[in-house]
Design a binder for this molecule. Structure first.
Ligand SMILES: [Zn+2]
Length: 268
C-alpha cells in the first residue's frame, strides 16, 4: 500500500533509509526546516540548509522514486537569537518559489519564550503575505498544552490565516481536541521512546474518526524510526481497520492538506 511520510528530516538520513521507505510503499516525503541537531553559527548556515532541502534532497529522493517537498523557517530552538532569526527570515523570499516548497514550517514554540513568540508571529505574517500553508511544531512534554494554546491564539489573531491551511504537529491526547475543534489539522509523531506510540496514535485516530489527522515518523537526527508509519499501518490492520480506512490516514489525508498548495502533486 502507498503512503506519504508527511514530516521527515531526511538530511539526517542515509540512502539506505530512502531505499527501505521506498520498499515499504512511500511515495512522497515532506521535510520541514528545523534544528539540525546543532545550533548554526550564522544565517549562512541556513542558506546552505535551505539549498539542501530545496535542491539536493529532492534529487536524492528521486533516485528511489520518491517525491520530496519541503517547508522553510528558522525553528523556535534557534530563534531565541533575534538578530539571527531576522537574518534567516530575510532569506525566505529567495527560496519560497522553489518548485518543492509547500509553505512555512515547522514554526512554533520550544520553551514558550517571548522571543520565540515574536518570531512565530513574523513567520505567520510571511505565510499570509505569500499565501503559504503553515506547519507548526508544538513543544514537548509539560510545556505542550500551554505552548499549543499560545500558538493557536497567535494563528487565530491573524485575520488572513485560515485554520484549514494550518497543521499543528506532535499533538497528543491532551492537545488533539483543542486543535481539531478549532478547525486546524493535526499531526501525530510516532517516536520509539518519546512522543507517541502506535497504539496511542491509533486510539486517537479512532476517537476522532481519522478526521483531519496525519501520522509521521519525524525520522530526524535523534532516536527515531523512518518506518514508523508503515509499522503503524500494520498495527491498524491488526486492530481491524479496513484497507480504505488505513489509506485515508496515510495517503488521502496528507494529500488533502498539502494539495491546498498548487505545488503538491505525486505524478511526474
Ligand atoms: Zn520535525
Amino acid at each position: 500500500m502507498k503512503y506519504i511520510e508527511p514530516h521527515g528530516h531526511m538530511v539526517s538520513r542515509t540512502t539506505d533509509d530512502y531505499q527501505r521507505m521506498a520498499l515499504a510503499g512511500c511515495v512522497a516525503i515532506c521535510e520541514p526546516a528545523f534544528w539540525a541537531g546543532f545550533d548554526r553559527a550564522s544565517a549562512q548556515g541556513f542558506y546552505d540548509y535551505f539549498r539542501q532541502i530545496t535542491e539536493y534532497e529532492p534529487k536524492r529522493a528521486a533516485k528511489f522514486g520518491i517525491k520530496h517537498f519541503s517547508w522553510l523557517c528558522i525553528n523556535p530552538k534557534e530563534s531565541e537569537d533575534l538578530q539571527l532569526a531576522d537574518d534567516v527570515l530575510a532569506l525566505i523570499p529567495e527560496f519560497i518559489n522553489k518548485p518543492n516548497v509547500l509553505g512555512i514550517g515547522e514554526i512554533g514554540l520550544n520553551k514558550n519564550s517571548r522571543n520565540e513568540l515574536m518570531i512565530l508571529e513574523k513567520h505567520i505574517q510571511i505565510a499570509a503575505d505569500y499565501d503559504q500553508l503553515i506547519l507548526v511544531h508544538t513543544p514537548h512534554l509539560e510545556d505542550k498544552l500551554k505552548g499549543t494554546r499560545l500558538i493557536l491564539d497567535a494563528l487565530k489573531n491573524h485575520s488572513q490565516i485560515k485554520p484549514e491551511r494550518v497543521i499543528i504537529d506532535h499533538v497528543e491526547e491532551h492537545t488533539i481536541d483543542l486543535v481539531l475543534d478549532q478547525g486546524f489539522w493535526a499531526g501525530m509523531t510516532l517516536y520509539p521512546q518519546s512522543k507517541c506510540s502506535p497504539h496511542r496514535a491509533i486510539d486517537m485516530l479512532e476517537q476522532r474518526r481519522a478526521e483531519r489527522i496525519w501520522m509521521n515518523s519525524a525520522c530526524d537526527w535523534g532516536v527515531s524510526d523512518p518506518l514508523a508509519v508503515p509499522k503503524t499501518m500494520l498495527e491498524m490492520r491488526q486492530r481491524g481497520w479496513s484497507e480504505s480506512g488505513v489509506q485515508r490516514v496515510v495517503l488521502e489525508n496528507p494529500m488533502a492538506f498539502m494539495g491546498q498548495s498548487p505545488k503538491f502533486h505525486l505524478a511526474g
